[in-house]
Design a protein around this ligand. Structure first.
Ligand SMILES: Cc1cc2nc3c(=O)[nH]c(=O)nc-3n(C[C@H](O)[C@H](O)[C@H](O)COP(=O)(O)O)c2cc1C
Ligand code: SF4
Ligand code: SF4
Length: 260
């Protein structure tokens, strides 16, 4: 019998985190441990020998973020079941779930279920919303129901591995990140330091001004979304164009899919 859930996730703007937590609530096992790979907290070097893992990532350009691949390197398992979550911004999840499956299987987990859920797009703004405020109540309900179904499956069919996950191998070509970062509006900035604290790649330094090393920025927009003064903005022309495309082509609500 499974008595423990390990939540393993990378989630700069916390939409992935919300969904993995809600799936766990549906499974209804109270003993839950978090392995948040977003800010590289200590204790992330582990081999899991029991329990169930729920492993979640945001989709970046149809793939698993490279930074997650690096951070999961020191995690492994000895055949414990895993549920996979790909969180995407209402465009598409493409090859992210199959890539996540392959990584997780190579680490010794047995994939028993997978889901693709929708969260507010990193590039969404109040003027140009893309899946704004998602996951919403309907998404969270769906995640909880998914958890309830996983719990049933675990009772009836322990160890069954899921096979039908959509996506292609070889995966689509990776779009390299780096070189573009949000900018700071000095008129609004109070130098509070929040942006530096939430940045998953630690590229922001705040002293007499906010300095961002764009080379290692992954454009996750955590600094934009958590700045209390709305002083950070991702307004590079390439991103402006992408945002316009997303508003134009990806505004029709997509719904979560689960594979069990
Ligand atoms: C660099 C980058 C690439 C992205 N690529 C995609 C994509 O291919 N498809 C999509 O629907 N959303 C895409 N998104 C949006 C994220 O998947 C979405 O905002 C997700 O909710 C973020 O998860 P988090 O809140 O856990 O950080 C991308 C976001 C970033 C920053
Ligand atoms: S979070 Fe916003 S206000 Fe605070 S230092 Fe960063 S940019 Fe300035
Ligand atoms: S500087 Fe880049 S990597 Fe850091 S929080 Fe902002 S968008 Fe994300």
């Amino acid at each position: 019998m499974i008595t423990k859930i390990h939540l393993i996730y990378f989630s700069p703007t916390k939409t992935t985190k919300k969904i993995v937590e809600q799936i766990a609530a549906g499974i209804n096992i109270r003993d839950i441990e978090h392995y948040d790979l977003t800010l590289m907290e200590p204790g992330l070097d582990r081999q899991f020998a029991d329990g169930l893992a729920i492993i979640g990532i945001p989709v970046y350009a149809g793939r698993v973020p490279e930074v997650f691949l690096k951070r999961i390197e020191k995690i492994s398992a000895v055949g414990i079941p895993a549920v996979l979550v790909a969180l995407y911004g209402n465009r598409a999840f493409e090859d992210a779930l199959v890539e996540l499956r392959d990584v997780v299987v190579s680490k010794g987990f047995v994939v028993i279920a997978a889901g693709a859920f929708i969260g507010e797009h990193s590039y969404s703004t109040s003027q140009q919303p893309i899946a704004a405020n998602r996951p919403d109540a309907a998404d969270l309900q769906k995640a909880k129901e998914f958890g309830i179904n996983i719990a049933k499956e675990l009772q009836e069919n322990i160890g069954k591995s899921v096979v039908e996950i959509p996506g292609n191998v070889p995966y689509k070509e990776r779009v390299p990140l780096g070189g573009i970062a949000p900018e700071t509006n000095r008129e609004l900035c109070t130098l509070c330091g929040t942006c530096a604290k939430v940045c998953p790649t630690f590229v922001i330094r705040v002293d007499s001004e906010v300095k961002t090393n764009a080379e290692n920025c992954i454009m996750c927009c955590a600094c934009v979304k958590y700045c209390p003064e709305n002083a950070r903005e991702l307004k590079h022309p390439m991103i402006e164009a992408r945002r316009e495309m997303l508003v134009k082509n990806c505004s029709i609500r997509k719904v979560p899919n689960d594979f069990l």
